[in-house]
Design a protein around this ligand. Structure first.
Ligand code: ADP
Ligand code: MG
Length: 478
């Protein structure tokens, strides 16, 4: 009998405001421990939080980006718990009245797109950090991160595989970067993900879920979920039951481990924070943020399909980041409008090269103007496609080189002169009379052998289309 996985994600996104959500402290990553913690972040008695308008604006932009309901009023609440990195003894968060209500995100899957519902998104402050390895036998507390603004985005349990969860996470990542509300850097903790996983028989009611805390890379999200699905299936098939609990993913051993049984909301004794007034969102505030929205990934994808004639698959990859989409459009311009060729070169050669060197598109050594010119030179027959790939590799390692100068200085120009090509073909045919006879006796496969020999003699520069046409004609003459 088959099983069906059910997955819901809670994603914490660190907003890229200059100062914290309730204090004026700096939010830069990597500063010396406790150099960015004010009296408010330390939770000193008598201090009062003041809400950062930039954090509210960022949350509103996110809400608009997922077409969410945005309530006119939202409320901050205290979530009470005891932990060394939480000096106040409570975290300021939102409970019953979040800033962003229900919305959705469309994700791209190999089989098409799928709509994932988002239940809510709320603002909260981050806690500090315990540094266990610092001092022998002791634990240090760094409160630089305390009070950093977070947006927690809660999805409905709408995903049914690890791949869908990763696609959703990628869509969130792209969206927050398009909106410029977070750098989305998972390695630095600017985007963290809790994965809720359960399994059930198709059509049955939802099963008991486990929550895997703080998984910090796309790859680990995929592996942690896959592993957890498997664990739950085996448990149930062995006649046991899944216990609702919080688990930890151990990347080194690729397994999840129990951390604690799940606490209930009432364990946190949530109540409205008396130090903060309810937040009222006016129509003007919303309109101001709406006016700042860039073209978003799904709209861009549709435009790439309509305007450039790209497939949904190609368009989805190219809009994966704003920088990649911009790179593509600049290449189209430089290639004099050859959109399909631009897309092919970027998704083939370029992304493969970036991948190999673990580089982002922003660090690409090849400018779109160079790639565009390369495409033009293949199109107008100056160089062959094969030489184009060779030239691409040269451009990759020599920064700022001019495409046309390289073609001349390296003698890469394609041989289009048919009299020269005819000469080469005659040479090859007279050097291999037996193969010619065999071909004429019906051994068609030898055609490739002749082409290879001719290309070799031309050092790869003979125009392949001319070679094919003339060779065929000559071989068929008797
Ligand atoms: P809690 O209040 O315990 O945090 P929520 O209802 O807020 O629970 O859900 C938290 C997350 O868990 C959401 O992303 C939701 O989609 C997901 N979730 C809820 N029930 C299940 C389930 N049975 N299986 C998988 N995920 C679930
Ligand atoms: Mg929750």
């Amino acid at each position: 009998m088959t099983w069906e996985a059910v997955i819901g994600l809670e994603v914490h996104v660190q907003l890229n405001t200059l100062s914290k959500i309730f204090s004026g402290s700096d939010t830069r990553f990597g500063a010396a421990a406790n150099s960015q913690a004010s009296l408010i972040d330390l939770g000193m008695p008598g201090t009062l939080p003041v809400l950062n308008a930039a954090a509210v604006a960022a949350a509103l932009r996110f809400g608009l980006g997922i077409e969410a309901e945005i309530p006119a009023r939202s409320v901050f609440a205290r979530k009470n718990y005891f932990y060394p990195d939480l000096p106040k003894g409570y975290q300021i968060s939102q409970m019953d009245e979040p800033i962003v209500g229900a919305g959705y995100l469309d994700i791209d899957l190999p089989e098409g797109s799928k709509r994932i519902r988002i239940v809510r998104a709320h603002l909260e402050e981050d806690a500090g950090k315990s540094l266990h390895a610092d001092i022998a036998g002791m634990t240090g507390i760094d409160l630089n991160r305390a009070g950093t603004p977070l947006l927690e985005i809660v999805s409905a349990p709408d995903m049914s595989s690890a791949q869908e969860a990763v696609a959703y996470l990628r869509a969130i990542h792209a969206l927050i970067r398009y909106l410029d509300i977070s750098d989305g850097n998972m390695a630095e903790g600017s985007m963290r993900c809790d994965c809720n996983v359960s399994v059930r028989r198709p059509g049955a009611a939802l099963g008991t879920r486990c929550e895997i805390k703080n998984v910090n890379s796309f790859r680990f999200v995929e592996k942690a979920i896959q592993h957890e699905i498997q664990r739950q299936i085996e448990l149930i098939e062995d006649g046991a039951q899944v216990r609702q609990e919080t688990r930890l993913y151990d990347a080194e051993r690729n397994e999840t481990r129990s951390m604690r049984s799940k606490e209930e909301a009432n364990d946190y004794r949530y109540f409205p924070d008396p130090d903060l007034l309810p937040v009222h969102i006016s129509a003007e505030m919303l309109e101001r943020e709406r006016a700042r929205l860039p073209e978003l990934p799904q709209a861009k994808k549709q435009r790439f399909m309509d305007h450039y004639g790209l497939s949904a698959y190609d368009a989805a990859i190219l809009v994966g980041s704003r920088e990649l989409a911009d790179y593509f459009e600049a290449t189209v311009v430089a290639s004099e409008g050859q959109a399909k060729q631009s897309a092919n070169w970027i998704m083939g050669e370029l992304l493969a090269a970036l991948n190999r060197e673990d580089k982002e598109i922003s660090a690409c050594p090849l400018a779109p103007q160079q790639l565009g010119r390369l495409i033009v030179r293949i199109q107008d027959g100056t160089i062959s496609g094969k030489i184009g790939k060779q030239l691409f590799a040269t451009l990759w390692t020599t920064t700022g080189a001019d495409v046309d100068s390289l073609i001349s200085s390296q003698g890469l120009r394609q041989e289009n002169d048919s009299s020269l090509i005819v000469g080469l073909i005659d040479e090859v045919m007279s050097a291999h009379p037996e193969q010619v006879a065999a071909y004429r006796a019906g051994k068609d496969k030898l055609f490739g052998f002749f082409v290879g020999e001719i290309m070799k003699r031309s050092r790869g520069k003979a125009n392949p289309a001319t070679v094919n046409a003339v060779l065929k004609e000559k071989l068929e003459q008797r």
